[in-house]
Design a protein around this ligand. Structure first.
Ligand code: SAH
Length: 396
């Protein structure tokens, strides 16, 4: 049985770790949570301060049960929990006891949810077993074995979803991105999208590799925009899958404009961008307290002296923040020269991360003065600045 708790009073007695684990889910159902406890954990007291729940700073009194639909007895005192349960019994209010499932009239289930489906596992008072089964079900749901089947058609998403696929390793896509990908009828993918991700697609999904689109009079981007609009207008749910985040040098804005102009609903699912994940995978914090308090992500696809360049290299040379260069492999010599000309120290540490987060990840260390001569293979993130020399040794 599921309970509709929205707007209903739920009493939680106890403000420790049990309450801290249970309360967020109660709040997410819209329940009016009231806590009785002399003390609260930091998280709970933050919620109380924000007004997300109410709190009485004292121990339990029988009248507290008045008006509650459901009570959680979550104190660490067995006798107190028993007293609460007795009072609930008298008032015919369901009560879940943290310390004694046998003596409860309600049990908290181990739950998992995915794509509008909720699964609750009860294991006759054996919470470890319930959690274990929940874990297994949760994996099966996410892998699509269970969740993909027998969906209600009316819940199918419509329009176009611009989904960031993450920096390289397939499991760095977001949960929402993966869920939408599993429901796609058409997928338009890019060069830097992890190919393993496409394994989740059923055979009948139309898969279009944008990097291989033939184009004649139009640019590839126009061809992609046209495809997005055509397929979505034909009633298909289209996922536009992009490396990293679709709004970081991803031309996501142009695709959204094309869809919006055609009256097609667009969802945006942010992705983990290689601009931050690349450095992270090589142990580089892009900011570090007391060392660097800013970072700038720059596209290097246009050389500094090119008239179409929109980057103020002089300002970047003067800044002591971290510089993160994308698409800069080809123009690295000109870029280094522009930064040196702007007064940046030739000894400034540089760390280059190729194929970040993938099994082919390769890290190279040099300096700004050595960047032009340093071998680099695409795709690479080039990190310039103090943090490059302060990288931590991390496992991939
Ligand atoms: N939208 C993407 C960036 C697209 S621009 C994102 O947010 O990550 C393409 C550039 O991203 C590449 O030239 C390279 O500089 C960088 N890049 C993408 N994936 C990378 C990876 N796995 N390792 C290193 N650099 C990567």
């Amino acid at each position: 049985m599921g309970l509709r708790l929205s707007g209903r009073r739920v009493l939680v007695v106890g403000g420790g770790s049990v309450a801290a684990r249970r309360v967020p889910r109660l709040l997410s159902t819209g329940a009016q949570v009231h806590i009785i406890s002399p003390r609260l954990t930091t998280t709970l007291s933050d919620l109380a301060r924000r007004g997300d729940l109410s709190w009485s700073e004292r121990t339990f009194r029988p009248t507290d049960v008045d008006g509650a639909w459901l009570v959680l007895a979550a104190t660490d005192d067995h006798d107190a929990n028993e007293q609460i349960a007795r009072e609930c019994e008298k008032q015919r209010t369901f009560c879940s006891r943290a310390d004694d499932a046998e003596d409860s009239t309600a049990w908290a289930a181990a739950t998992t949810s995915w794509d509008g489906l909720q699964i609750a596992v009860l294991a006759s008072g054996d919470p470890l077993r319930a959690k274990d089964v929940r874990q297994q079900l949760s994996h099966q749901l996410q892998d699509g074995d269970l969740g993909a089947r027998r969906r209600r058609a009316k819940q199918a998403p419509v329009g176009v979803a611009l989904v960031g696929a993450g920096p390289g390793d397939a499991d760095l896509i977001t949960l929402r991105g993966l869920r939408l990908l599993q429901r796609a009828e058409v997928v338009i993918s890019d060069r830097l999208v992890p190919l393993e991700l496409l394994d989740v697609l059923d055979d009948d999904v139309e898969l279009i590799d944008a990097a291989k689109l033939p184009y004649g009079r139009h640019t590839t981007q126009e061809a992609i925009n046209t495809l997005l609009v055509q397929r979505a207008s034909a009633g298909k749910f289209v996922v536009r899958l992009k490396g990293g985040d679709g709004f970081v040098f991803g031309r996501g804005a142009e695709e959204i404009d094309a869809c919006v102009d055609a009256g097609i609903p667009v969802h945006v699912v942010p992705g983990i961008s290689s601009s931050i994940a690349g450095p992270a995978a090589a142990g580089i914090p892009v900011t570090e307290r007391g060392v660097v308090h800013d970072f700038t992500v720059v596209s290097g696809h246009v050389p500094p002296l090119d008239p179409t360049s929109r980057v103020n290299w002089e300002a970047l040379a003067a800044s002591n923040g971290t510089l993160i260069l994308l698409m800069a492999v080809k123009n690295r010599a000109e870029i280094a020269a522009a930064l040196l000309a702007g007064g940046k120290d030739a000894q400034t540490p540089v760390r280059i991360v190729e194929n970040a987060t993938t099994v082919h990840q390769l890290v190279r260390d040099t300096t700004l003065g050595g960047l032009a001569e340093c071998e680099v293979r695409s795709p690479a993130v080039i990190v310039i600045g103090e943090v490059a020399a302060r990288s931590r040794s991390v496992q991939s």
